[in-house]
Design a protein around this ligand. Structure first.
Ligand SMILES: *[C@@H]1O[C@H](CO)[C@@H](O)[C@H](O)[C@H]1NC(C)=O
Ligand SMILES: *[C@@H]1O[C@H](CO)[C@@H](O)[C@H](O)[C@H]1NC(C)=O
Ligand SMILES: *[C@@H]1O[C@H](CO)[C@@H](O)[C@H](O)[C@H]1NC(C)=O
Ligand SMILES: *[C@@H]1O[C@H](CO)[C@@H](O)[C@H](O)[C@H]1NC(C)=O
Length: 955
């Protein structure tokens, strides 16, 4: 202990003399403790009277008068998860060692405060009498001091650390836990423990332990077996979210007192053994998000007291009715929460679900269940949650069915074949918190029966064929309304003149027919999609501190891009494409620094240069400025946007040369389009270093020189840059696309998704390129589209083109190519577009399977010395060459829809979740009130984040 602490203790101690009801020495210790704290809301206002036993949070012994408890827990209500990290009434500052003078202290609770990353004081280890220590979510950081191991009287220890952005606490050595021999309750969730190898052996030395939460701790391993299990009194075990890749450990089945077992969000695999049925006390069992094989009902056969069964996304397939029938009838009677979403369940709900009369929550989202909903299910009057999203259910649902569900709070019927026809003057018996009725055929009228739902937090009515005006009562329906998603209808009319009284966080009105200028918008927004409407006027000109997504594309917004955007410091995705915006790109956008990921301004009337400051956007992945009137050179500062995946500057008036650094500094580029500008000079050979490049469009410029010989080194096979977003693409949370790229393929412009990585294309057409087509081009074996037309290329078409097995479209028209068309072309099974017209080609047109389908004479015209079909000119010899090749479908056509689906998912997820949640500033309770799915999603992403962060740390 450092000398100043002694000094402090001494100073306080010498003033010690008895005071009424409270020891002066303890009173002074508390005053010294208070003096070091920051207390913005004056929670310790009562800490001044003589009798410190009456102070708020202080409890003294009735017999000895000594202070026993110090309870300074902040209240949950005072943590505003929306403005994350802001905890208005949290205590902060330093923790004075004067606490050591509270010799009799048994109970210390500092949870939910904000100590801003200070360490947990080592001298807590000297509070020898402590039985209860709660430091959870109080924003400590660094290593948990092993001195806490001295607290041998401790019964309760909570150091869980979730909720504090940027602060991590860690335990590297678990040995000191073995000294906490009185411990009954231990919560160390969200504490990083990846190097605590012998944690289970240590825990096994705590024979009194009843509660253990080690979720989200990056546990390094889990022993499969133990020689002897000491912790047989354990009632609660949570090791969720640890990426544990193992079969289920055998010692689990000796935990015969266990009531709560949470193994979710790991990589547990293999079979669930029948021994599970030994855990007869189980009340809550969560096995979700693992990879079990063929879930048999047998292990569940003795779990009579089970109240909650969570099998979310565990690869559970088969007929649900047969499975449930094999559960003991006591389980069927007692089960209250049944969560089986995102499995592969088949069958229907008849004959089993209606018998489970205790059910309060049902989640069957994302399975393959079908049929109608039996009447008995609508009479499960205890139901608070009914989630049936994304199945094949059908039937008409009217107020008749819904009228028995008085307790219903969360209803999700999205994406089935339901016909939800509810009479507009119906008064429901329930007060919903979340209503998800996407794709339920609700239209054409806006459902007016919602008017009495005064507790609504989330309303999802997208894609319902609603052809109506948006009623003004919607915005006043409930003071809790935070999430409104009504996209993809034909909703007309204007928004009310102000919405800033609504505490909306998510607003999606995309793809409707809303018009007029925008109202004053809520400052609370973090996601706003108004794209594909008829809005006019200027873009919103206020600062939104929480706004992360602003999607306004495809409207008629005019005027300048407002500077206020630059102060919206949370902005990650800005899509204002396809509007009528003019003026220059604000150079202050650079202020969004490492925040902005997508900047899409395509299809506007912007002019001037690209501001140098955009180089400060170090996280930018998509920069699309195409189809404007921008000019000048590409600023060299863009080389600092090293995360760029898509750089599209096409259809502008840019000039100068193509900088070499594009190949050297932007290693993740997948799409590079500089087409239709006036770039000159030659194609820098550095471009071949772009290992992920999928689409290169330099067409319609005045580039000269020859095609770099090294072009064959473009290594198309490396896959997708490693980004966390791709891993979680199966969560169907879409949020509108972020525009697209146009590629000229097979002679026509097509629209592709921006994160194109399945289609591979090079377009160098309409330039002044000369020289020969390098033979090395044949090395581009994954290339699907090659367009070299309208240049001055000479020499032969290289025979190696026959090695480009993926080629679907080849255009070399309007050059000065000579020689014959290589016979190898006939071996390209996927080739479905060919243009060699207007060259000096000669000789016989090769024939062969695929080429026979390309029999339009215009493919070959303008080459007077070509002969044979499909031209009318005949050749002298008449030999036929047979080429055997499998008839294949046009792979490109086949991929078309896949590309958009896959990428739609990826982009959707990336935009909504990846990015949204990746900024850890997403708070666990933000969505949980709305929909537990999001909560789970958060956990999944938080997990990904943690493992990612650690992976990076290891690298
Ligand atoms: C002290 O006495 C009060 C009232 O008699 C009682 O409520 C409280 O629990 C006692 N406190 C302790 C620590 O024994
Ligand atoms: C079981 O707990 C006791 C008491 O803490 C300890 O002495 C013993 O070593 C433990 N056994 C194992 C196998 O860890
Ligand atoms: C689990 O219980 C079985 C049967 O009671 C016993 O044989 C086995 O040794 C126990 N395993 C552990 C790790 O304690
Ligand atoms: C789990 O481990 C197995 C074998 O040890 C390995 O093949 C598999 O890829 C791992 N799974 C994950 C998700 O890491």
């Amino acid at each position: 202990m450092a000398p100043p602490i002694y000094l402090l203790l001494f100073t306080i101690a010498i003033q010690a003399f008895a005071a009424s009801g409270c020891f002066e020495i303890e009173r002074n210790a508390l005053l010294a403790f208070k003096a070091d704290l920051i207390d913005p809301r004056n929670r310790l206002a009562s800490w001044k009277s003589q009798n410190c036993c009456t102070w708020k949070g202080v409890v003294c012994s009735n017999t000895t008068g000594h202070i026993l408890k110090l309870n300074l827990r902040n209240s949950y209500d005072n943590i505003d998860y929306l403005y994350y990290g802001k905890r208005p009434s949290a205590l902060g500052g330093k923790i004075s060692p004067s606490l050591l003078l509270l010799n009799h202290l048994e109970h210390l609770d500092l949870s939910l405060n904000n100590f801003n990353g200070i360490r947990i004081p080592t001298y807590f280890g000297s509070l020898k009498n402590l039985r209860y220590l709660n430091l959870s979510q109080a924003c400590f950081s660094g290593m948990v001091p092993p001195q806490l191991g001295n607290l041998s009287n401790l019964h309760y220890l909570d150091i869980s650390s979730i909720g504090c952005d940027a602060y991590d606490i860690a335990v590297d050595n678990f040995a000191w836990f073995t000294h906490l021999s009185s411990l009954r309750y231990l919560d160390i969730s969200f504490v990083e423990m990846s190097s605590a190898t012998y944690w289970l052996q240590a825990i096994n030395m705590l024979p009194l332990l009843k509660y253990l939460d080690m979720s989200m701790t990056s546990l390094p391993t889990i022993p499969i077996s133990l020689p002897y299990l000491n912790i047989t009194t354990l009632g609660v075990l949570k090791i969720a979210g640890n990426n544990i890749n193992s079969t289920l450990p055998r010692w689990l089945w000796n935990l015969t007192s266990i009531t709560h077992l949470d193994l979710s969000l790991n990589e547990f695999h293999g079979f669930i053994p029948d021994e599970l049925s030994c855990l007869k006390s189980l009340i809550v069992l969560s096995l979700g998000y693992n990879n079990f094989e063929g879930l048999s009902p047998k292990p569940f056969s003795k779990l009579c007291g089970l109240n909650t069964l969570d099998l979310t996304e565990v690869g559970f397939s088969g007929e649900i009715n047969k499975w449930v029938e094999k559960l003991p009838s006591c389980t069927q009677q007692n089960l209250q929460i049944l969560n089986f979403p995102y499995n592969n369940l088949r069958g229907n709900l008849s004959g089993w679900l209606e018998n489970m009369t205790s059910l309060t929550e049902i989640d069957l989202n994302g399975n393959s269940l079908n049929g109608t909903i039996p009447l008995g299910v609508w009479r499960l009057t205890n139901l608070t949650r009914l989630y049936l999203k994304s199945n094949f259910f059908e039937g008409t649902i009217t107020e008749v069915q819904l009228s028995h569900l008085q307790r219903l709070k969360w209803l999700d019927l999205t994406d089935n074949s339901f016909n939800v026809q509810i009479s507009h003057d119906w008064i429901p018996p329930f007060q919903l918190k979340a209503l998800h009725l996407s794709s339920c055929n609700l239209g054409p009228k806006f459902p007016t029966w919602l008017q009495g739902q005064t507790q609504l937090e989330a309303l999802v009515l997208s894609n319902n064929g609603i052809v109506d005006t948006l009623p003004n009562w919607l915005w006043n329906i409930s003071s809790s309304l935070v999430y409104v998603h009504i996209s993809n209808n034909q909703i007309k009319g204007k928004l009310p003149w102000s919405l800033d009284h609504v505490r909306l966080q998510y607003l999606n009105l995309g793809s409707n027919q809303l018009e007029g200028p925008l109202p004053a918008l809520p400052q609370t927004l973090s996601f706003m999609n108004l794209s594909n409407n008829l809005f006019t006027g200027s873009m919103p000109n206020s600062t939104f501190l929480s706004l992360q997504y602003l999607l306004l594309s495809n409207n008629s917004f005019g005027g300048n891009v407002p500077l206020s955007l630059c102060e919206s410091v949370s902005l990650q995705v800005l899509d204002i494409s396809s509007n009528e915006l003019s003026g220059e790109i604000p150079s202050c956008l650079g202020m969004l620094q490492d925040q902005l990921l997508v900047l899409d301004m395509m299809n506007n009337a912007l002019s001037g240069k690209i501001p140098t400051s955009l180089g400060k956007l170090g996280a930018l992945a998509i920069l699309d400025l195409s189809n404007n009137s921008l000019s000048g050179k590409i600023p060299s500062s863009l080389q600092y946007c090293t995360q760029l995946i898509n750089l599209n500057l096409g259809y502008n008036n840019f000039s100068g040369t193509i900088p070499k650094w594009i190949g050297e500094s932007l290693p993740f580029l997948m799409v590079l389009s500089l087409c239709s500008n006036t770039f000159s000079g030659s194609i820098p050979s550095e471009i071949v270093q772009l290992g992920y490049l999928r689409a290169l469009d330099l067409s319609h410029n005045i580039l000269s020189g020859s095609i770099p010989r090294s072009i064959g080194e473009l290594s198309w096979e490396k896959g997708v840059p490693i980004m966390p977003f791709f891993e979680y693409s199966n969560y169907n949370v879409s949020a509108g696309s972020v525009g697209s790229v146009y590629l000229v393929v097979k002679g026509e412009a097509r629209e592709y998704s921006k994160l194109l990585y399945l289609f591979e294309s090079i377009d160098l057409s309409c330039n002044n390129l000369y020289g020969e087509i390098p033979d090395e081009i044949g090395d581009l074996q994954a290339l699907q589209n090659l367009n070299l037309s309208i240049n001055h290329l000479t020499g032969h078409i290289p025979d190696q083109i026959g090695m480009m097995h993926a080629l679907e479209s080849l255009d070399v028209a309007m050059n000065n190519l000579s020689g014959t068309i290589p016979q190898s072309l006939a071996t390209l099974n996927y080739l479905s577009y060919l243009n060699v017209s207007y060259n000096n080609l000669s000789g016989k047109i090769p024939s062969g399977y695929q080429l026979q389908t390309l029999n339009d004479p215009s493919i070959y015209m303008g080459n007077p010395y070509l002969c044979g079909p499909p031209t009318t000119q005949s050749c002298f010899t008449n030999e036929t060459i047979h080429v055997f090749g499998k008839r294949s479908h046009d792979r490109f056509e086949r991929l078309g829809p896949d590309i958009s689906v896959v990428l739609g998912f990826i982009i959707g997820f990336w935009i909504f979740c990846g990015v949204f949640l990746l900024s850890r500033s997403l708070r666990i309770s933000y969505f949980s009130a709305i929909d537990r799915t999001y909560d789970r999603l958060y956990v999944a992403v938080a997990l990904a984040l943690i493992s990612l962060r650690r992976r990076f740390r290891e690298v």
